[in-house]
Write a protein that binds this ligand. Sequence first.
Ligand code: FES
Length: 162
Amino acid sequence: MQAETVKIDGNSSFDFDRVENLLQEFLGKKGMIVPILQKIQEEFGYLPRPALEYTAKMLRIPASKIYGVATFYAQFHLQPRGKNIIRVCRGTACHVRGVSKVAEKAQEILKVGVGETTEDLKFTYEEVACIGACGLAPVMMINDQTFGKLAPDKVKTILEKF
Ligand code: FES
């Protein structure tokens, strides 16, 4: 199939070549939706809608089937993700030690809510259950780094490191 670049939503373009290339190894094989979606997410950082629709076309299956798989698994993201993923712990120990104020501060600085990504795509802000570092409560992780014994006034300095 000829790859093409088309206008999406009238103001941005999507390069289908990138999807075309990564689909090559899967064409003609069955049961490949999950590995294909993993590849697309690896390539784009999330699952862009045009990429999913193009994939459905290439695999000759309904787009709804692709969306069904994409929304079933927590590992897949349909919205752009930030370069850095923040996970603030909302477990009991962190709660008792005042993580709410830390969470509020981080959201205020980043101007995002839970599950949202900053406009510059630098951070995605998430809240999670106990991350197993209760001795350091209140805790947050940024990517694979853990920051413990947090206080609201430490948040800005930490974010500035990224
Ligand atoms: S409750 Fe936050 S690390 Fe365990």
